[in-house]
Ligand binder design. Structure first.
Ligand code: SAH
Length: 234
């Protein structure tokens, strides 16, 4: 079954962009996933065919119109569509690897990409949009956020990653950051690969890696470490 992404955007040419190459590109050729884009402008009516208008109450910028967006959403994702409808938004719930897994286990997603100041609030509720943020910073539009989200989803789809095991120990999979990696040459500018990694003792290597993961997470992401400890204890 192909995972299908429907993207609602003012810039359909931004897709598939980087997702047409490498891992995601090959997965698309293998029909593990597919996408379709819907140009918001095609759903604007009237003489000027405006997709946006000035914010009610005043202020800077423009707001995407609820009626135009609703028509685009209804076209891309009719009522009976079981796929979640997401709105990329800095106000949304922060994207986590756990949510990426949840989405990857489903049939697909519909993604609305905002632009300008954002979208009319009424369409969010009227079409059950789930607001998702890719981080505490502001992009100029939802497209790059959508590409990031889709990239994270696609690599988890069955048959995409050559070595499935490689995903299991990665950063965030167990609320820990990944341990450091090394490869040849043995000596790089006078610095050797840690001896234990070339010892062939896999038990000791696993121990070392876990230790490094814990140290790194404690130093850089104490919030994650707290979650790791909470989960471990229950
Ligand atoms: N005025 C808004 C920002 C609008 S940015 C605010 O202050 O919240 C324009 C569009 O870019 C948004 O509608 C959203 O679709 C997208 N966007 C910007 N930052 C994002 C982020 N961190 N995560 C997801 N989408 C983002």
């Amino acid at each position: 079954m192909t995972f299908r992404a429907s993207i609602i955007t003012l810039y359909p040419d931004m897709f598939p962009g980087p997702l047409g190459l490498s891992l995601a590109g090959r997965a698309m050729v293998k029909e593990i996933w597919s996408y379709d884009t819907h140009q918001i402008r095609d759903f604007a009516s009237g003489k000027h065919a405006n997709v946006d208008d000035t914010p009610s109450g005043g202020g800077a910028g423009m707001v995407l119109r609820a009626d135009v967006l609703a028509s685009a959403i209804d076209h891309a994702s009719p009522k009976e569509d079981a796929r979640p409808r997401l709105l990329m938004s800095p106000r949304g719930k922060p994207l986590t690897q756990q949510y990426v897994h949840e989405l990857a286990n489903g049939k697909g997603v519909t993604i609305v990409c905002g632009r300008f100041e954002g979208v009319d609030e009424r369409v969010i509720e009227a079409r059950n949009l789930i607001e998702v943020s890719v981080g505490d910073f502001v992009l100029s539009g939802g497209e790059v956020a959508a590409l990031a989200l889709l990239d994270a989803i696609v690599r988890l789809l069955p048959g995409v990653m050559g070595n499935q095991v490689s995903g299991e120990y990665e950063s965030f999979e167990n609320n820990l950051l990944e341990h450091p990696h090394f490869t040849r040459p043995q000596n790089f500018e006078g610095i050797e690969i840690p001896e234990i990694l070339t010892s062939g003792n896999h038990g000791a290597i696993d121990q070392w890696r876990l230790q490094k993961s814990l140290e790194l997470t404690k130093k850089r992401r104490p919030d994650l470490l707290a979650r790791y400890n909470a989960k471990k204890d229950c």
